[in-house]
Design a protein around this ligand. Structure first.
Ligand code: SF4
Ligand code: SF4
Length: 93
C-alpha cells in the first residue's frame, strides 16, 4: 500500500527529505504523499522512512491504495528505470 498523511500533520518538514522516491511534497494545508511514487520504501529500506521520522505518527497505510509487496517492488523497479536515461521506455511495459 501507499501511505497517506492525515490531518494530524504539523508541517514539521522532516519527512519530505527522507523519502527515497520523492513521493512527499507540501500540499495546500499539510504534506501529501503521491501514491504513484510511494513504495512503502520497498526496494530502498526495511521500514517506511517517513513513518520512522514523523514525530506525531500521522502516516498510516492508505486503504484506498492497497498493493502487495510484489506490486510495491514492481513500482520501485519502474520508478528506478524511469530515472535512468534510455530505460524509461522499458519501464512503461
Ligand atoms: Fe516515501 Fe517511503 Fe514514506 Fe512512501 S513510505 S512516502 S516511499 S518515505
Ligand atoms: Fe507532517 Fe509527519 Fe511529515 Fe512532519 S513528519 S511534515 S508531521 S507527515
Amino acid at each position: 500500500m501507499a501511505l497517506i498523511i492525515t490531518d494530524e500533520c504539523i508541517n514539521c518538514d522532516v519527512c519530505e527529505p527522507e523519502c527515497p522516491n520523492n513521493a512527499i511534497s507540501q500540499g495546500t494545508e499539510i504534506y501529501v504523499i503521491d501514491p504513484a511514487k510511494c513504495t512503502e520504501c520497498v526496494g530502498h529500506f526495511d521500514k517506511p522512512q517517513c513513518v520512522e521520522v514523523c514525530p506525531v505518527d500521522c502516516i498510516p497505510v492508505d486503504p484506498a491504495h492497497t498493493e502487495t509487496r510484489a506490486e510495491l517492488q514492481l513500482k520501485y523497479e519502474r520508478l528506478m528505470a524511469a530515472k535512468v536515461p534510455g530505460t524509461a521506455q522499458a519501464a512503461q511495459g
